[in-house]
Design a protein around this ligand. Structure first.
Ligand code: DQA
Length: 149
């Protein structure tokens, strides 16, 4: 069974330390553990990664085309800036769900535009770490309905 890639962008390695009032107390390791438990309950495999580099994120999206059955992506700040990430996600033909810990629409206007949303199946934001669990529920359902899980 191919894993679902859970890809995390810049500064998410600082979770727990970074603006805990916005992003909560959970570290990226806690978040990975939460995703592993949820994936296990759904009978799915995951490959959870984080990078601060735009090119690496794009390389992982390309790799997902052959090695993953779906992508859950928190592009972090690249969500709002990266045409390259938009193009990469558009190029790969596997289900993709965009996630954010915070409700980006309740925050600064520059966070209201996403280059990922137009090329994602759906978007989940504002539920803290639970956003990822909801995204796993969503993608598992898509995979079942398309016979890929
Ligand atoms: C974020 C929201 C982005 O606007 C921000 O740049 C992040 C994290 C979130 O998960 O809430 O780094 O993607």
């Amino acid at each position: 069974m191919k894993p679902i890639y859970i890809l995390n962008g810049p500064n998410l390695n600082l979770l727990g330390l970074r603006e805990p009032n916005v992003y909560g107390q959970e570290t990226i390791t806690d978040l990975e553990a939460r995703c592993l438990a949820k994936a296990k309950a759904l009978g799915q495999q995951i490959d959870f990664r984080q990078t601060n580099t735009e090119g690496e994120l794009i390389d992982w999206v390309h790799e997902a085309q052959s090695k993953a059955c779906g992508i859950i992506i928190n592009g972090a700040a690249y969500t709002h800036t990266s045409v390259a990430l938009h193009d990469a996600l558009k190029a790969v033909n596997i289900p993709t769900v965009e996630v954010h810990l915070s409700n980006v629409y309740a925050r600064e206007p520059f966070r209201h535009h996403s280059y990922i949303s137009p090329v994602a199946h759906g978007v989940i934001c504002g539920f803290g770490g639970q956003s990822y669990e909801l995204a796993l529920d969503g993608i598992a359902r898509i995979l079942k309905s398309t016979g890929k899980a």
